[in-house]
Design a protein around this ligand. Sequence first.
Ligand SMILES: [Zn+2]
Ligand SMILES: [Zn+2]
Length: 159
Amino acid sequence: MTNITKNCFCGNQRPFEQCCQPIISGKTAAQNAEQLMRSRFTAYVIEDFPYILQTYASQQRSGLTVSQLTDSAQNTQWLHLQVLAHHPQLNTAQVEFKGFYQVDGRYYVMHELSDFVREDEKWCYTTGVIQKDSGEFSPERNSQCLCGSGKKFKKCCGT
Ligand SMILES: [Zn+2]
Ligand SMILES: [Zn+2]
């Protein structure tokens, strides 16, 4: 039997314990905006809303609470992250991604262009612009399942 390493929730081919977990727990800092973005996606998957709040830039953070974030994420099951582009500058960065999720058995994609800023040496999320191709979609029955199992959709979540 081959030993298959389980991918992190963010899609990186490393286990959670060596990828987003040390960042979310505060053991290490995100080295760039893409790492921060991935760790925030993972935090949504594992429902660590205090981490989501803490990684907003100060201006955005001041208008938010953990319970607001928890409420807005209810019923949403995040499945898969695809990072499309990362444009780092010195103290700002943009990350383009597609996040796939499920609500009440239906599939959705959120295609976002996110802005990040570095505050006190830490990368933080500011805002994002949702792209027009976001919304509900039907997964191809023969494509890889979005849950990351490595199986075809029709033999996994699509049965
Ligand atoms: Zn990760
Ligand atoms: Zn699946």
